[in-house]
Design a protein around this ligand. Sequence first.
Ligand SMILES: [Zn+2]
Length: 189
Amino acid sequence: MTSNVIGMTTSASVPTGPEGAIPAGGTVTDQLVEANQQYAEAFTDPGMDARPVRQVAVVACMDARLDLHAALGLELGDCHTIRNAGGVVTDDVIRSLTISQRALGTRSVVLIHHTGCGLESLTEEFRHELEMEIGQRPSWAVESFRDVDQDVRQSMRRVRTSPFLLHTDDVRGFVFDVKTGLLREIEAA
Ligand SMILES: [Zn+2]
């Protein structure tokens, strides 16, 4: 487990040289910035405001194999996407959902966990390992889980029982299969 901690605290920085010039074959971030310049060249202002067209917020794991827009047939401007490790409903997710519903007009919530999630191989022991390594225990829970279906049910319950949300009648939860690309719906408890 210690190797997880070391792996996750690795950081790399490559100097950009004088005037912040991007070196040839630079960092991954340099590649992203370059890709953005091409994106912007083809981009036309869609003239939308900030309210999601389809009035839906999607809460999902940050997993790199989950392309939410492609997997759900979503277009630019359709939805809010709120992502974190596991797609778990933390206080900060409730914060985003509250703003999404009360300030920006969304009414539906879709929760997506997935097969092969990294959170299934962690335990709350991870916090103890961090404390041993750096002398400070994080204030946040790891929110690891053993049973992905059960964690989706718990996440639905956290959304449905939140006193801050205006709309809790259309809250549905799913597990995305990273091998088939299919969603499997989880019935609420
Ligand atoms: Zn995951």
